[in-house]
Design a protein around this ligand. Structure first.
Ligand code: SF4
Ligand code: SF4
Length: 348
């Protein structure tokens, strides 16, 4: 089908009402920016899912980072997005204002260069992410061990997506998923097959340009509308059935699975990645960081599971704004509240 035909298919869909979820924060952003979200008919609800690693990280993890940053001789380094995420008491930016040492990096490898300049300081790297970034952290851990680097530790909050989607299928009434494209590049489109088989839903892997997303949305509408189940790869230029075997191998060498806490979904067994015994000395205390204390009135947990839209949170656009976020979903560039506010702010 040509783009115009696909666009017409989308706008003129008159099938059964559907609740569909885009799991990935970048998809949320492209859906708004391209105008595709606005083209969907009223009976198709597009929900944002738990696809932003910053948004799903519980406050216990932020608390551990802030505590470390306030420890003499320790400096915490993270992606810039993490700095404003609220912990139960402080954000990293707040800890820095109280004298904590906090810096940021654009890519994890950069952190090793920063650490090499200060051998007497222990640098703790905030290793958050999904299947996409786990291989980068795995390579970094191997490098640290091989090079005998003594002053770098990792605080990991790495998660894998299928178990979160499984939990969403169990609790929610979602008719089909737009699966995260970058995750699928590593894990492969077939990684969603067990979910499709178990829950009898369509799983469509989509790319990130408006054209690719339009194609994936049309596929999802068609298959969900007909109550079909299965996996469709609409991002074949980058996603293979079995993913990237080298990336999966390095992750398996360095990490093992364990329970992880997802905001809105709670603790999901086997959904976290933790350093294996060989790398234990690099770990800065990543285990059992399960506590999650949302600020009063914050509905991030419900937004991340599709139970509420960002606009249904009473704080949205009032107490919670990009310049002073109350919840994590207003902080991250992949957070659905932030994206919704920035893209729809003028129509509030
Ligand atoms: S890592 Fe990639 S696939 Fe995952 S949420 Fe971010 S942009 Fe989406
Ligand atoms: S508007 Fe703010 S407080 Fe409400 S769910 Fe979104 S991020 Fe959380």
């Amino acid at each position: 089908m040509k783009n115009e035909q696909m666009a017409a298919y989308l706008t003129h869909y008159r099938g059964r009402p559907l609740r569909l979820m885009e799991v990935c924060g970048t998809h949320t952003s492209v859906l708004y920016r391209s105008g595709l979200r606005g083209m969907l008919p009223a009976q198709v609800a597009m929900l944002s899912g738990p696809g932003c690693p910053v948004c799903v990280t519980p406050t216990a993890y932020i608390d551990r980072l802030t505590e470390l940053s306030l420890t003499p001789g320790v400096c915490v380094l993270s992606f810039g997005d993490m700095l404003a995420v609220p912990g139960s008491k402080l954000s990293l930016a707040g800890a820095r204002a109280r004298g904590g040492r906090v810096g940021f990096f654009y890519a994890p490898e950069q952190a090793l260069k920063i650490a090499a300049k200060e051998p007497k300081t222990c640098f703790v790297l905030a290793a958050v992410g999904f299947e996409t970034t786990a291989p980068v952290w795995a390579v970094l851990a191997e490098t640290i061990l091989q090079q005998g680097i003594q002053n770098v530790r990792l605080l990991t909050a790495l998660k894998t997506m299928p178990l979160a989607m499984d939990a969403l299928c169990e609790t929610g009434d979602i008719d089909g998923f737009l699966c995260p494209g970058h995750v699928a590049v590593v894990s492969g489109s077939e990684s969603f097959r067990p979910l499709a088989d178990k829950w009898k839903k369509p799983m469509v892997v989509g790319g990130f340009t408006p054209e690719l997303l339009l194609r994936a949305l049309c596929r999802l509408l068609r298959e969900a509308g007909e109550r079909h189940s299965g996996v469709w790869n609409e991002y074949p230029a980058y996603v293979r059935r079995d993913g990237n075997s080298k990336a999966k191998a390095v992750v398996a060498r360095v990490f093992e699975t364990g329970p992880a806490c997802w905001r809105g979904l709670g603790v999901l067994a086997g959904s976290g990645l933790y350093l294996r015994g060989k790398y234990a000395a690099l770990d800065a205390g990543s285990g059992a960081l399960y506590d999650d204390r949302a600020p009063e009135g914050c509905c991030c947990g419900k937004v991340l599971t599709g139970a509420l839209t960002p606009q249904q949170c009473p704080l949205f656009g009032k107490a919670c704004l990009p310049e002073h976020p109350v919840g994590a979903c207003m902080v991250s560039s992949e957070g659905s509240c932030r994206i919704t506010y920035l893209e729809r702010g003028d129509s509030l």
